[in-house]
Ligand binder design. Structure first.
Ligand SMILES: [Zn+2]
Length: 460
């Protein structure tokens, strides 16, 4: 026994020494890595000879230089000198902030039902990534995803493992039984896990407890804000467009959870009853909003509620519902009704100065490369290029900032060009304040695209 105890004691001492040695070696490696990180010289890029539109001003500032250090804009002005900087001669092009799309659905590429039935999550993720790359190609360096399962992909982008725009993911939609995101089958038993939930698109919630649980689950997994289906829709199977969805209690509970996390709720809603119920509960952004009255628009202005506008969907696609091949006859009829309301609603929103951001809600092969067209189409309902450019940059960034503590990009400003802002930049051969359509010509006219201080494209 004694021998054995003594042997064990020796072994245990040897083990302790080994552990101590391992710890010291690890410490040394760690110190080396940290030192190496500290020693890495900063990336310094000097953009010269550009006309800067800063995201808010009425006109461009001519002949400017912009110094970018790592991922942040360090200086904007005339005649900046910096030895050792990599110089990009902008050749008199217009420098604008990277564009921001406020209504993406990266993992719904051909409508929810195809998404639900046609692909597994691996294929959905791969397709989502193709779409994210296309966003970057079009100068959209930031996107808010308004419902689906890209929480893990957002983390991978932020960790530098995947290339894509900055993402503000909402996680899964919150929708009631029979709501806009209920993709179950006709014979479903109430309370059964919806196919939507199985595929990670969203949660079917009924009652305050379920609503709270789903909102918390999204935020736990990295959602930066919460998306609620508050009324009927165009693309779904079981919800007529006139319906109001989510009780006042459910909506209030979800808003409370969002506020507890320091963030906000955006809602899918079309008409007065659903929009006003959502605003009563504290929702801060209305998606769509196409069938509301002028009174509701005035209330949005008064209470600082933002409008997220889908111009291509409402004005172009829903103006010709037959072109949406995956819509049923009923869905096509809903689309036609929305088209009528949209033109009027946009005019009221402009007249009363509502905070407007642009969110395409455009996905699938036919639309994925047309994101900027959602901005361009706003000119057909009377918005000026300046107003449209703010929607896609500084105004969008303002709404994104409402995600407060959940914002993964809180160490710089987005949507503007100024000292301390993130270096998300585009050099355009042309001036979008004079001709907004230049945004559509991104392949030829966007000469440089930079995200987070990294040059993604440079054809100068
Ligand atoms: Zn949507």
């Amino acid at each position: 026994m004694n021998v054995s105890i003594s042997t064990r004691g020796k072994l245990s001492r040897a083990f302790s020494l080994l552990m101590a040695a391992t710890f010291l070696v690890s410490l040394a490696i760690y110190a080396t890595v940290v030192q190496a990180k500290e020693k890495k010289p900063p990336s310094i890029i000097l953009i010269t000879n550009v006309n800067v539109w800063d995201g808010t001003s009425k006109s461009v500032k001519k002949g400017q230089d912009v110094l970018v250090v790592d991922n942040i804009i360090n200086q904007v002005g005339k005649g900046i000198k910096m030895s050792g900087a990599k110089v990009i001669d902008g050749k008199g092009g217009t420098l604008i902030p990277g564009l921001i799309d406020m209504h993406a659905h990266f993992c719904i590429q051909e409508g929810m039902l195809v998404g639900r039935d046609g692909y597994d999550q691996m294929a959905m993720g791969a397709r989502a990534h193709v779409s994210m790359r296309q966003y970057l190609d079009q100068g959209f360096t930031t996107a808010r995803d308004t419902g689906c399962n890209i929480l893990g992909m957002a983390k991978a982008i932020n960790n530098g493992l995947l290339e894509g725009p900055r993402l503000f993911p909402s996680g899964g939609f919150l929708s009631q039984t029979g709501g806009h995101a209920d993709t179950g089958s006709f014979n479903d038993i109430p309370g059964r896990v919806d196919d939507l939930e199985r595929h990670g698109f969203g949660y079917i919630v009924d009652g305050v407890t379920e609503a709270r649980r789903a909102a918390r689950q999204n935020l736990r997994a990295g959602a930066t804000q919460i998306k609620v289906m508050a009324g009927g829709g165009v693309a779904s199977e079981f919800d007529p467009i006139h319906t109001t969805q989510m009780s006042a209690e459910e909506m209030k509970a979800i808003v409370e959870v969002a506020k507890d996390y320091g963030t906000y709720v955006l809602v899918h809603a079309y008409h007065d009853r659903s929009v006003n119920r959502a605003i009563d509960a504290g929702a801060r952004v209305i998606e769509h909003n196409f069938l509301v009255s002028e009174k509701t628009i005035k209330r949005m202005k008064k209470e600082g509620v933002a409008l997220s506008a889908q111009a291509v969907m409402s004005l172009e696609a829903f103006g010709n519902p037959e072109s949406i091949t995956f819509f049923s006859a009923d869905q096509k009829a809903k689309a036609a009704a929305v088209n009528k309301g949209a033109t009027q609603m946009f005019k009221w929103a402009r007249k009363h100065g509502v905070l407007i951001v642009t969110g395409g809600d455009m996905f699938g092969p036919a639309y994925n490369t047309r994101q900027a067209d959602n901005m361009v189409w706003m000119s057909k309902v009377g918005f000026t290029p300046l107003e449209i450019m703010k929607m896609g940059t500084s105004s969008a960034a303002k709404v994104l900032s409402w995600s407060g503590g959940m914002n993964p990009y809180k160490y710089g400003e987005l949507g503007v060009i100024k000292k301390g802002a993130y270096a998300d930049l585009i050099i355009i051969d042309g001036d979008p304040l004079k001709d907004i359509k230049v945004l559509n010509d991104y392949k030829d006219k966007f000469k440089v695209i930079m995200k987070d201080g990294k040059v993604l494209k440079n054809t100068l």
